[in-house]
Design a protein around this ligand. Sequence first.
Ligand code: PDD
Length: 276
Amino acid sequence: MQILFDDKFIPRNQARVDIEDRGYQFGDGIYEVIRVYGGKMFCLEAHLRRFAKSASEIRMELPHSPERLQILLEELVRTNGLTEGNVYLQASRGTAPRNHPFPEHCRSQVVAYTMEASRPLQTLKEGIRAITDRDIRWLRCDIKSLNLLGAVLAKQNAVDRGCQEAILHRDGRVTEGSSTNVFMVREGTLITHPADNLILHGITREVVLELAREEGIPVREEAPSVEALFRADEVFITSTTMEVAPVISIDGRTVGEGSPGPVTRRLQNAFEKQIG
Ligand code: PDD
């Protein structure tokens, strides 16, 4: 397998990361996960826009323009013959003697590689079980940063309880999942946290909101309370890798009928047409 390392393609086992890479030591960097369907990256431009936005928010200069990065990633997918899977893209601020402030002479380090993965078809049909957990992350969750410890601990709490996702809440309000955005349906209206600093502005979230508008499903972007989540008719999560996945139980309590609800299924069908 070839990986993209700066602007070169090299075999994975030839890549070397310095022990003083700031991504490695401080989580000082950003990333994207991009889905590949039929050999083509889905919503690539939106991912590259978000990547550039994350870089600018942490005051990091990227070595490639979005246009150049697009060409490099397309070549990566082609070279590895990836048809179904994901592209992982990250940039760290680079390597310099360990010290918190930005180093003066430091070039950001871009890495990208491909992963084969089939669509989570069974999960889409049957749904997932979730827990609720306190959102202990920082206040800039809109930046797709490499600091994922808050997400890792929440996801592990879910796994420890036999579940697949942790739905996070801050001050009694549902923010998002540990690696997904969260939607609920109440009396036919779709409700999800507004795209502010407390959540990642998910690209799948944006696609789903657009599809809901096209389908004539009313949408409210407001943070639901945890109690409202428990009373919801339907709950689902969205992400690049999970698509539109129904949530059938939360903290052991059944959501709605305990199976994917009608609004969720409508949005799943509409999403399926987008990627087809
Ligand atoms: N996770 N919220 C968080 C905290 C995320 O990490 C992600 C993505 C999302 C969904 O965003 P999108 O629809 O753009 O994938 C929401 C990626 C897939 C990951 O870390 O693996």
